[in-house]
Design a protein around this ligand. Structure first.
Ligand SMILES: *Cc1c(COP(=O)(O)O)cnc(C)c1O
Length: 426
């Protein structure tokens, strides 16, 4: 496949014409730059706005204006059941049963809520295993949970040091850590795709090996959902959490997602309760005794923020229509093209850090700028000035994520040409 790539406009435009998802780009607002459009590679941070969102939000505003409180029961999609309008597509996106997923809160909040239930340390089993260099919120969350239970992070927080050249983790390193710490580990919490390196993890194997040691398993799928195919039910973790504003394009601060495996659907583990998690059949009897609704929805606290649920509903519909399989096929080819361009055209300036095996990554390539931070920063600023939007990670890494829903082969070529022009100087 590699040999079929070419670094020419003609090749890239032909590849875009043959793209089965080519019409999706039109359904997004692409941020403008000068007289044209940005080359937007930041879907790993904030996905673009689907055009349909504005009208869909306005329509709920209209219902509110026309119906007031009756909007809970009337209108095309009564607010009372709003969660159910996203549930099926959400389950499809993450490979879960519909009772295993819920859209609620935001990622950090969901991580805490599920750790309340699935991190239950005792004197022999009190550790949490995470990857070294984890996203700050994950580290803060686990550290604070450890302290909350009266343990000391110095003993109970195990951070797996990367053992591969570019800061990635081998399965062997995870196995070794499980051999060493498994019996004293209460929770293994790893990413689906690591935010910094772009490494994708084998969720099924990690879960199997961690369960074999008696650990609970949770995943942070912030960079995985909508990016790589997921089969959460079959992979079998106890829980997972994610956000929807990255690859799922549901807007800044979008409502997050959570998965609780069916084996815990009727769990009597401790949980923090709220009225929206109460058995739906009797919720409005307003009794004093909390009786959780089965499945992930039983972890809800509040009634959902309808105006924030709308973009999620619209985006999930688009993922349902496009299909994760087709998106992934394009993504493999699109990111493969970007990788090929960097290797074949820019290797004196840039170096790909993300794993080379397509099965070990999603859309994102983390690209190191050779010759240090200053030069890297200068290149990054130059790209932004040209309307090429990636993001910068200290000390010398640019993350470029061609999202298959709206990015084109010619976008990747545009990035390559801009780096070449900068390298050759004014
Ligand atoms: C984006 C991201 C978050 C963001 O957390 P919020 O609670 O949504 O602000 C957390 N963890 C990881 C790994 C992320 O990539």
């Amino acid at each position: 496949m590699t040999s079929s790539y070419e670094a020419t406009r003609a090749w890239a435009e032909a590849a875009d014409r043959q793209d089965p998802l080519r019409d999706y780009r039109e359904r997004f607002l692409i941020p403008p730059h000068d007289d044209g459009q940005t080359l937007y590679f930041c879907g790993n941070s904030l996905g673009l706005e689907p055009r349909e969102v504005r009208e869909a939000v306005n329509s709920e505003l209209d219902y509110w204006g026309e119906l007031g409180v009756e909007g809970h029961f009337k209108g095309r999609q009564p607010w009372l059941s709003y969660n159910e309008y996203v549930r099926e597509h959400l389950a499809e996106l993450v490979g879960a049963e519909s009772g295993e997923v819920v859209a609620m809160n935001t990622l950090s909040v969901n991580l805490h809520l599920l750790m309340v239930s699935f991190y239950r340390p005792d004197a022999t089993r009190h550790k949490i295993l995470i990857e070294g260099g984890a996203f700050p919120t994950d580290r803060y969350a686990v550290e604070s949970q450890i302290r909350f239970h009266g343990f000391d992070p110095a003993e109970s927080l195990i951070e797996l040091a990367p053992d591969e050249a570019n800061g990635t983790l081998s399965m062997q390193a995870i196995e070794q850590a499980l051999d060493e710490h498994g019996p004293s580990t209460a929770l293994v919490l790893l990413p689906g795709v690591q935010y910094r390196t772009g490494q994708a993890f084998d969720l099924e194997t990690i879960t199997r090996k961690a369960h074999a040691k008696g650990c609970m398993v949770g995943f942070d799928l912030a960079h995985a959902v909508g990016n790589v195919p997921l089969a959460l039910h079959d992979s079998g973790p106890d829980f997972a959490v994610w956000c929807h504003y990255k690859y799922v394009n549901s807007g800044p601060g979008a409502v997050g997602g959570a998965f609780v495996h069916a084996r815990h659907a009727h769990s009597d583990r401790p949980r923090f309760a709220g009225w929206w998690g109460h058995d739906k059949a009797t919720r409005f009897q307003m009794g004093p005794h909390f009786d959780p609704t089965p499945g992930a929805e039983g972890w809800q606290l509040s009634n959902p923020p309808i105006l924030a649920m709308v973009p999620l509903r619209v985006s999930l519909q688009m993922f349902h229509q496009a299909g994760m399989k087709t998106l992934r096929e394009k993504s493999l080819r699109l990111t493969g093209y970007l990788e090929w361009l960097v290797d074949s055209q820019l290797s004196d300036t840039l170096e790909v850090l993300t794993p080379r095996e397509p099965s070990r990554r999603g859309a994102q390539l983390s690209i190191r700028v050779l010759d240090g931070r200053e030069r890297g920063r200068a290149l990054f600023d130059h790209l932004v000035g040209q309307g090429i939007i990636g993001d910068w990670r200290e000390p010398d890494v640019i993350r470029i994520s061609p999202a298959p829903m709206y990015n084109r082969f010619q976008d990747c070529l545009g990035f390559c040409e801009a780096v070449k022009a900068w390298r050759e100087g004014p």
